[in-house]
Structure formats: C-alpha cells, structure tokens
Design a protein around this ligand. Structure first.
Ligand SMILES: *[C@@H]1O[C@H](CO)[C@@H](O)[C@H](O)[C@H]1NC(C)=O
Ligand SMILES: *[C@@H]1O[C@H](CO)[C@@H](O)[C@H](O)[C@H]1NC(C)=O
Ligand SMILES: *[C@@H]1O[C@H](CO)[C@@H](O)[C@H](O)[C@H]1NC(C)=O
Ligand SMILES: *[C@@H]1O[C@H](CO)[C@@H](O)[C@H](O)[C@H]1NC(C)=O
Ligand SMILES: *[C@@H]1O[C@H](CO)[C@@H](O)[C@H](O)[C@H]1NC(C)=O
Ligand SMILES: *[C@@H]1O[C@H](CO)[C@@H](O)[C@H](O)[C@H]1NC(C)=O
Length: 304
C-alpha cells in the first residue's frame, strides 16, 4: 500500500466506523444498524460483512456483489428471522449454509446465480414462510423433496429460472402454500408435466402472472400458457394411444382370441363326449325296449 493511500483508508474506516453509524460500535463498514436491523444495501460488497452484531434479527445485503455466504459467520446469527440477499452473485452450493439460522422466516435469494436446490439446502429452516428464488437463470433443478421440512411456507417464488420441470410432490404437500411464482420459466410440457397442470387447477394456490407461465418445449406447444395446454396434454397423454399401447392391446386381443378358441374346442370335445356317452346309453335302452317289444310279440322268445 502506498504511503498516500494509508491515511485515506484509515480516514474511510473512521468515517464509516464512527460517523455514519451512531450508537453502534460494531456495525459493519458501509452498513447501517438500528433496532436489531443491519442494512448493507447497494454497497458493492464483495464479501459477507464481518462483525455483524450477534443479536441481529434482520440482515439486508441486497444489491451487492457477494458470491459466497460463509456458513460459520452466518450461523452465529441464531436470532436472524429476515435475510435479504437479492441481487448478488451467490452461486456456490448452499447445502450446508443454513444450519443454525433456524428462526429464519423470510429468505430472499432472488437474482443470484444458484444452480441447484436439494432437501439439505433448506431442511433446517422449518419456520420459513417466504422463500424467493426467482431470477436465478442457472437454477435448473429443484429436487422433489426440497421443501419437505418447510411446512410453514406460504410464498414461494421460482419464476425466471432455468427450471424446465417441477415435480408435483415438491409443492403439493405444503399445507400453507398460498402463492407460487412460476412465470417466465422454460417449462417442458411433456406428459410428465400433466400431473403438475392438474394440481395447478385444483390446488387453490395463487400463481402470479399467469399469462407468463407458458411452455417452452416441445416445439408444438411453445408459447402456450399452462391453463390452455392442460386439456391438450390430457388428450395427448391420456387418450391418445402410443405404439406400445397398440402392441399391448394387440396382445390382449390375441389372448382373448386364443382363450376363445381353446374354450370352443373344449366345449366341442365335451359335447362330442357327452353325445357319445348319452347315445350309448340310449342304445342300451333301445335294446331293452326292443327286448320288451319282442317279449310282448313273441312271449316264447326268451324261452327259445
Ligand atoms: C436499506 O437501505 C436502503 C438504502 O441504503 C433503503 O433504500 C432501504 O429501504 C433500507 N431497507 C430497510 C428494510 O430498511
Ligand atoms: C457489482 O455488480 C454490479 C451489478 O450487479 C456490477 O455492475 C458491478 O460492476 C459489480 N462490481 C464489482 C466490483 O464487481
Ligand atoms: C454462475 O455460475 C456458473 C457455474 O455454476 C458460472 O459459470 C458463471 O460464471 C456464474 N455467473 C456469474 C455471473 O457469476
Ligand atoms: C426438519 O426440521 C426439524 C425442526 O423442525 C429438525 O429438527 C429436523 O432435523 C429437520 N429434518 C431434517 C431431516 O433435517
Ligand atoms: C419431461 O421433461 C423433464 C425435464 O425436461 C424430464 O425430466 C422428464 O423425464 C420428461 N418426461 C417424459 C415422459 O419425457
Ligand atoms: C410477461 O413477460 C413479458 C416479457 O418478459 C413482460 O414484458 C411482461 O411485463 C410480463 N407480464 C407480467 C404481467 O409480468
């Protein structure tokens, strides 16, 4: 560091450390602290600020250049209920990031660089009510049990991501879900998606910007909105038969035909056997009758 730079840096530290934040001795540089709230909005921070008061309830890091949330520093803040990290560059695996901040109710990670959400990512946040994940263009996968432990979740936003598919079980077992952002994603409206569209129709959940929830692929359905596409998928996936279905039906037909042939053949054999048997019996009777007739006509017949 050059000699002329040293005093300037010191002066800056003194300015931010004392002047700007009255009454908060350990408020991080470039942040304002009041009433258990630390606000570091729009300061081009590259790193998660250190020296955040441990009793902080609300931490606002919006609009910075933070690429990494350090698990240790973050988890010292065990009273945190509100964490706003929107518009940063957070892209690392978050699976062991939110371990002890279990009182968290509001978590905003929108407009970052998240890539994947798994069960571990939010499994300790069982008080979570609001979770914003929108605007993460590289977010391509949300595992189906990702929110299994977040039963208080009320508002979930996964709009404007790279998602092409969301398993219905990911959201259908959230008893308190009121609003789910799905717009401006690259939904792949194949037959696996039908179940999701049916759930959307029946769930009673609100979907903001419904006109911007549309299919990206397959090409034939590109641009169609989800409510419109539901009946098409219903027809294409449930009523329309595929080649394998035809093969299956053919096999069933063949089985029925074969069974019929065998049954007819057996019935024929039985009929012939029965006829043979009864005609033999009748023959005996006829012989007896003949004998009786002969006896009547020729009383001496037997004696002969
Ligand atoms: C945080 O600070 C920014 C400006 O620095 C301000 O616009 C914003 O309203 C503050 N947020 C809260 C929750 O106080
Ligand atoms: C921080 O991010 C903003 C956009 O969010 C960008 O314009 C700016 O150049 C970045 N600053 C640094 C120091 O990386
Ligand atoms: C986002 O993450 C990907 C890899 O996961 C990386 O290649 C890319 O540079 C990141 N983008 C930004 C803006 O940090
Ligand atoms: C689910 O949340 C509870 C707290 O309500 C926690 O004790 C438990 O460890 C979590 N389950 C898993 C598998 O992380
Ligand atoms: C539908 O698309 C999703 C993702 O694009 C894929 O995971 C799934 O296997 C596909 N389902 C079918 C039946 O092709
Ligand atoms: C839908 O998306 C378009 C293009 O991205 C955007 O201009 C429009 O404002 C969106 N509509 C709503 C209601 O957000």
């Amino acid at each position: 560091m050059s000699p002329s730079n040293g005093p300037k840096t010191l002066w800056l530290v003194l300015l931010f450390g004392t002047g700007v934040i009255p009454g908060s001795p350990n408020c991080p540089a470039k942040c304002t602290c009041q009433y258990l709230e630390v606000n570091c909005t729009g300061q081009q921070l590259q790193l998660f600020p250190t020296t955040i008061p441990l009793d902080t309830r609300q931490l606002i890091l919006a609009n910075n250049n933070i690429s990494y949330l350090p698990s240790v520093e973050l988890n010292f803040l065990s009273d945190l209920v509100y964490l706003d990290c929107r518009e940063n560059d957070i892209g690392e695996d978050l699976d062991f990031t939110f371990i002890s901040v279990i009182k968290l109710i509001y978590l905003d990670l929108s407009f970052n660089n998240l890539t994947r959400v798994t069960f571990t990512t939010f499994s300790q946040l069982s008080s979570l009510v609001v979770l914003k994940l929108s605007g993460n263009p590289n977010l391509v996968e949300i595992e189906k049990d990702s929110f299994a432990n977040n039963t208080w979740l009320r508002h979930l936003d996964v709009s404007q991501t790279g998602l092409t598919f969301l398993d219905t079980s990911t959201v259908k077992d959230l008893p308190n879900l009121k609003s789910l952002g799905l717009s401006e994603n690259l939904w792949n409206c194949n037959c696996s998606f039908l179940d999701f569209t049916l759930w959307m129709k029946e769930s009673g959940v609100r979907f903001p910007d419904p006109e911007n929830i549309s299919c990206y692929s397959p090409a034939a359905l590109h641009g169609w909105s989800i409510p419109e596409v539901e009946s098409k998928l219903h027809y294409a996936c449930l009523l329309h038969l595929h080649e394998t279905d035809y093969a299956f039906l053919g096999l069933i037909g063949f089985c029925i035909f074969s069974a019929g042939t065998v049954a007819a053949w057996l019935a024929g054999v039985c009929a012939v056997l029965y006829e043979f048997h009864t005609s033999k019996g009748e023959g005996d009777e006829e012989e007896n009758e003949d004998e009786e007739v002969a006896l009547k006509l020729f009383p001496d017949f037997q004696r002969c």
